[in-house]
Design a protein around this ligand. Structure first.
Ligand code: KIV
Length: 268
């Protein structure tokens, strides 16, 4: 187990992920928040699993990610880790847990103890001290640039970034700084496709896009959005491939109706 974990962390070294980028095979990343979710993703052959702080919306019922705590993340990371045997597991550092380099390392260690192989934090140049400290501590670190959901309240919504050449320059500078600080990859969220392409070309480590067009080295989605398991809201850029929420509603209606008609026998 320990050996497997160390091997998995080693696959997330920047030198290893840079080779994956050169290989040119897109990296598929999805979120999981619990044991069955993780197990199903691994059985389907996903490349990396992310315990995102999107947990706050799609599992805990908050309006955004800003109420998620480190203890929420530890609890759910541990459940996801129990569902994985050979897939790298990345866990989000939630808001307020990485304001300083020391806090970032301390919080990250809690997530590693729960079973994560790597952590992710939001921010570009502004957070390179934290990224460098994590990298120096031997903790694989994924960056996250573009739209930063933990700042959604200050931003006043989920808005596309990098629409002008100047905004694009700033995002490329963020990406280069995140790479130089030691990240093994970075999420590029809600970034104009032309800027996402510039970022992808500028850095050696893989960029993992979400709502950032096709010119990234991989894509990440909230699994609930992909499979229609959170039917009350779906980002515009996601094309669901299943209707899990609808299937559950139908199954429950059919079971309850059968019960009321005296036709349910198996669960007695
Ligand atoms: O919280 C999350 O799930 C994320 C991804 C969508 C990138 O950060």
């Amino acid at each position: 187990m320990g050996g497997t974990m160390n091997n998995l962390a080693a696959t997330l070294a920047p030198s290893a992920t840079a080779l994956r980028k050169i290989a040119g095979i897109p990296i598929a990343v999805l979120t999981a928040y619990d044991y069955p979710g993780a197990r199903l993703l691994e059985e389907a052959g996903i490349d990396w699993v992310l315990v995102g702080d999107s947990l706050g919306m799609v599992v805990l019922g908050y309006p955004d990610t800003t109420s998620v705590t480190l203890s929420d993340m530890v609890h759910h990371t541990a459940a996801v880790a129990r569902g994985l045997s050979h897939t790298p597991l990345i866990a989000d550092l939630p808001i307020g847990t990485y304001n300083t380099a020391e806090a970032a390392v301390k919080s990250a260690r809690e997530l590693l103890k729960a079973g994560a192989h790597a952590v992710k934090l939001e921010g570009g140049i502004s957070h390179c001290t934290q990224i460098a400290a994590l990298s120096a501590a031997g903790i694989p670190i994924m960056g996250h640039i573009g739209m930063l959901p933990q700042s959604v309240r200050e931003e006043g919504g989920y808005k596309i970034k990098g629409k002008t050449p100047e905004q694009g320059d700033a995002l490329v500078a963020d990406a280069l700084a995140v790479e130089a600080a030691g990240a093994f990859s970075m999420v590029v969220e809600l970034v104009h496709a032309d800027t996402a392409r510039r970022i992808q070309t500028a850095v050696r480590i893989p960029t993992i896009g979400i709502g950032a067009g096709q010119h990234c080295d991989g894509q990440v989605l909230v699994t609930h959005d992909l499979v229609g398991a959170f039917p009350w809201f779906r980002p515009k850029f996601v094309l669901p491939v299943a209707s899990v929420g609808e299937s559950i509603r139908t199954a429950v209606q059919q079971w309850a109706a059968a019960l009321k008609e005296g036709k349910v026998t198996k669960s007695e």
